[in-house]
Every structure is written in C-alpha cells, then in structure tokens.
Write a protein that binds this ligand. Structure first.
Ligand SMILES: [Zn+2]
Length: 366
C-alpha cells in the first residue's frame, strides 16, 4: 500500500582492461532494487555494486574547524556576537536562542545554539535543551505574531550539509506561508485517511517499517516514540523518529540515539535534520504540544485528541523527524546530482538493514 518494491538485472559488457581495474565481470550483471513511496512520490535505487565505484575527488576526511577550535567563533560569544529576536533570548543550561542575522524567512528566523562549540559532541541533556529552547522559541514567536502559523526546525551540520558555521546549531523558522515539504506531508496524511476510512498514515508508516524489521519502539512509562531506518531514504542512512512533541523525553532519547548512531556507529560527520508537525503558540486557543497520552501504542491519535485547537497544518499529527547523512567528507563529489535535482529520486548507498543494525548497537549502549 505505502511502498512499491521492485528489482531486476542491469547488464553490460565490460572491456578486459576495465574488468581487471575494478574486479568486475566482463559479462556484467548487477541487481538493482527500487523502492517507491507511493504516498509521497519519493523513490530510491539500491545496488550493492555501487560500493566499488571509484571516487576521483578526495580531500581530508575531517570536519574542518575554521575558527581555531572556537577562538574566532561568533557563536561561542553569543552574548555579544549574535542578534536577539524581538521577543527576547531563550537560555537554558546547554543551549540558547539567537535571531538569524541573515534571514530567509519572515516574520521570524532564529538559531538555537549549543553552548559548547564542537558540533558532533553532544549528550542527551544537551540535545534535550536544544529541543526545549526550540519549542519555546516557536511558542514565543507564534504568540508575537499569531498570523504566522507555519513552523519548521532544521539542523545542518557541516559544510556539505549546508552549514555556514562550524559551531553546533539548529535553525528555527516561523513563516506566514507554508513550507512545501510540511504542506505535502500534511496533505498526504489527510488524503490517506480520506481514501482509506479508519486508516492512519503515521501509524501505518510505523507498522510498515515494523513489518520490514526496521523499527525500534521506545517506551518510558506510558510514553512512546519510534525510530526506523527509512525504506525510502531521501539521502544516505535516513533514520526517522516519530513521537509526541519536542519536549517528550521518549522522543528526545530516540532522536539522540539516532544521531549518535550516525556519528558514532556509522562515522557520519555531516548531516541534516528536519522536524515536521511542530505545534506552537501559548495564546488563546493554542496548544504547545500533544500529550503523549493522546496516542495509543501504535502511534495513532486517540479519539478526541485531534479536536484540540491547532496552529498549523499537520499540527494534529505526531512529530516526525528525518535525519540523513550528507556523505563522506573524504569525497569532494556532491551527493546531490541530476537524479535528485530533477528526477526527484535518489541513490540508496547504505542498506537500511545495516543502518538499523547500527541503531540497535547504539541503543545497547544507552
Ligand atoms: Zn563556537
């Protein structure tokens, strides 16, 4: 229902010299597997042979710090070298907010900074504060301008992922107009429920990945959150985390595990995070986050929960976070080519079952 899976052999003849250079058979056959997300329209192609593909462009495999270990980092001096939003600065022990000095979004575009410098070294308490500062930023921004109803959280780590600063930081935006990715997700969830009465899109995503053996469910008391290795990763090693809210400790623990899996188990040093279905605003008729008791064990909303007032499209849905690797620092070749830019498909470099095994290894350490 959600996914189409296909496979077939792709054949070619390989000249003797080329065959010897890369150890490939002369009468060459390669099995290619495709997974298509029928709901969102995404598509991924897998071929294990691509692991042999030569990389002509290489550079030092380290995340370069241009700030001399923080000595010239503006974000380490956030008191004096970052801007402040009109509704003030939010400060917690491990993270603080700032206003983005170079905005691409109006009326509000902010930053959430770790208090420490290195972007790959963060603990669960530090990540928890990053998320809690972000939630309060969304609430304050929505109250400051209730006509802005569309929140988005993104985190670019490393230059390959789009970051312009080394220091670990996320971006928070509250827009007058919807972000197309958020709007598309909300629209397919609504269409899915309309087409299949009684069906729940987010619950079925969990069930499909559980059936594929790619899902981990995390429980703390009556709270639940879920993490799965996506069958249709938009970029390499995609892990998805679903939960009740940014403030839910269960969600925070799984997002931390997902990020540490990429960094510590799989050697990722550059990644993107995007969070969908954030609720915001503390004003009349608004609600900052769903309570976890509004979900049943499968991640479905319990009857009546969706009747609560909402601030933005998709706000009656669980939080959905997508995390992807942005490739190897040892490769100067971009992981975005024409297939992604125009074809709206991508290449699945890492088997999702390997990503899930790494997640399970990480969870054993927690
Ligand atoms: Zn710094």
């Amino acid at each position: 229902m959600l996914f189409d899976i296909g496979h077939g052999m792709a054949k070619c003849s390989v000249p003797e010299q080329l065959s010897m250079k890369y150890g490939m058979a002369t009468e060459n056959q390669q099995q290619v597997v495709s997974v298509t997300d029928r709901i969102l329209g995404a598509q991924v192609w897998y071929n294990a042979e691509r692991g042999r593909k030569p990389q002509s462009f290489t550079q030092e495999p380290a995340l370069a710090d241009p700030t001399d270990g923080g000595r010239t980092c503006d974000f380490c001096r956030w008191h004096t070298l970052t801007a402040v939003d009109v509704f003030g600065r939010i400060e917690r022990p491990h993270a603080v907010s700032a206003s983005n000095l170079f905005k691409y979004c109006q009326p509000f575009h902010g930053l959430v900074l770790f208090r420490h410098h290195h972007p790959l070294q963060f603990s669960l308490p530090q990540l928890s504060d990053l998320l809690l500062v972000a939630q309060e930023w969304f609430d304050r921004a929505a109250d400051a301008q209730p006509s802005a109803r569309h929140p988005f959280f993104l985190w670019n780590c490393g230059a390959r992922a789009g970051a312009s600063q080394f220091h670990g930081h996320a971006q928070v935006a509250l827009s007058q107009i919807p972000f197309p990715g958020s709007e598309a997700l909300a629209a397919v969830a609504q269409r899915y429920a309309s087409a299949l009465p009684g069906a729940d899109y987010y619950g079925d995503l969990i069930r499909a990945h559980r059936a594929a053996g790619l899902l981990h469910e995390h429980a703390l008391g009556d709270r639940r959150a879920w993490c799965y290795a996506s069958l249709v990763p938009t970029k390499d090693m995609e892990l998805v985390v679903q939960g009740a809210s940014l403030g839910c400790p269960c969600f925070q623990a799984l997002l931390h595990a997902a990020l540490r899996t990429l960094i510590d188990q799989l050697g990722v040093a550059t990644f993107n995070v995007g969070i969908f279905n954030i609720r915001c605003g503390q004003g009349p008729g608004a609600q900052s986050s769903l309570r976890t008791d509004e979900f049943n064990a499968a991640g479905d909303l319990m009857p009546g929960a969706a009747e609560a007032p909402i601030m933005n499209s998709g706000a009656d849905s669980p939080i959905l976070t997508r995390v992807v690797s942005r490739g190897k620092l040892s490769s100067r070749a971009s992981d975005y080519g024409g297939l992604e830019v125009f074809g709206k498909a991508s290449i699945g470099n890492t088997d999702p079952y390997r990503v899930f095994a790494a997640l399970q290894s990480q969870l054993q350490l927690c």
